[in-house]
Design a protein around this ligand. Sequence first.
Ligand code: NAD
Length: 499
Amino acid sequence: MSQITQRDIEIIVESVMKNVERSMEGKSSNVSVKALPHQGKPSATKSQLGVFQNAEDAILAAHQAYLEYSSNYRLEDRRNIVEAIRQVALTHLDELAQLTYEETNIGRLEDKKSKIFLAATKTPGTEDLTTSAISGDYGLTIEERAPFGVIGVVTPVTNPVETIINNSISMLAAGNAVVYNVHPSSKSCTSKLVNLINQQIQLVNGPANLITMIANPTLESLDVIMNCPKVALLVGTGGPRMVKTLLQSGKKAIGAGAGNPPVIVDETADIEAAAKAIIEGTAFDNNILCIGEKEVFCLSQVYDNLIYHMLKNKAYFLSKEEINKIKEIVLTQHEVEAAKGCSLTEKKKEYHVSKDWVGKDAQLILKAIGVNKKDINLLIFEAEFEDPFVQLEQMMPILPIVKVKTFEEAVQLAVKAEHGNRHTASIFSKNIDRMTQFARAIQTTIFVKNAATLAGVGYKGEGHTTFTIAGPTGEGVTSAKTFTRIRRCTLAEGGFRIM
Ligand code: NAD
């Protein structure tokens, strides 16, 4: 994977700065672009703008910011604010990546830099908001994108700062204000970012507290956000329990949930390219991304060739004994009663991923079973379909590979392993009919052909990026327009008198 150099970052920062300056020069905004006096506003801690001790204050501050934003600021001002967020992210890219890495203790530092870069440069801004018009004998009707107001947002530990950069650009471009309830294990790096963004927004004369967060987020503070009438929309990125909680709130909610992306490799594929792409995607940030490849279904006639090329590209093949030892360490298991007919009589083993091992380096996992290897990015092994590593969204640089006899079997098992998440899937093949067959069967929000699944969020792929892929609620690859209401405005009697 190509790394971003310091020079690349400097070039981007310079270009963003030029854009900001250009738009500031052209700004004749006779509307009040100065922050209005804030009487009776709850104040955030002086050192951390936008970070509040309690949820009510964070909501109130964001709500006041929204009122000011919607009454006194124009689209041009929104564009400046979006550029300001991009600039903050790029200027502080190294620092934010380092802070995230140190606090969350998961993933890989270099990949965090790439994710921040992606969020800052490929999240669309106000250009995403288009107005449609219908004109005819009876006049003119336009449909335009209006903000919701204050959005209550939940973010994951796996992409904490990236999600805030991405969501803030999208949501503020759409004219909203945001209150964040972040994952508690990322409260420090995210408060740093929220503070920096607010500082920069003030520098371009934007309202104070357009984004706020709760300093010590809990399920209780989320409850306050969910129940507050001043919050108009909820958006959550994370696991299934969180999405369920938001959907039960009685408010409109956009949920971006878990995935377990399967990959099919068939006998027509370029196997060397497939091996490299699968390793690139799975090893990226130690596989903590929801879109990261989690299990492979490989046609038996090309299985050996795929393993051969993976081993040449920094993978390590685990023996049965080695993977069993790893399972003892990184998974927990307990017996549960499973349905058998109408009675609950059958006992079955249920596995869970031990949080201590999520996102850890492949070499560290190997070391835990007494194997010392250098220059290894990914651990692979031959698995049965029932293997917990196939079934669980395990978020570790460990990839199970299931050998299958036919393409039909591969599709059937891949669909089962995806568990109806409708998240992400990929295929390596040169047969277009098969691509279509798999896409139709699996119905995921992101479907990637002959590339790492990262391409599906615009990383070495076309199209914009998002860190909030709303599969469960259907909005898909979110952007500014996702966070708007459609408003209709009609001018009637254009030329005819209505009888
Ligand atoms: P998580 O579900 O543990 O936490 C996500 C957020 O939800 C956190 O802010 C957490 O505090 C909150 N939360 C947790 N349990 C909750 C509950 N019962 N009620 C309300 N809120 C709750 O997930 P994580 O470990 O932070 O992130 C990894 C998960 O997120 C994976 O499942 C991954 O697939 C998913 N994810 C999805 C996307 C996407 O775009 N679809 C993007 C990134 C991550």
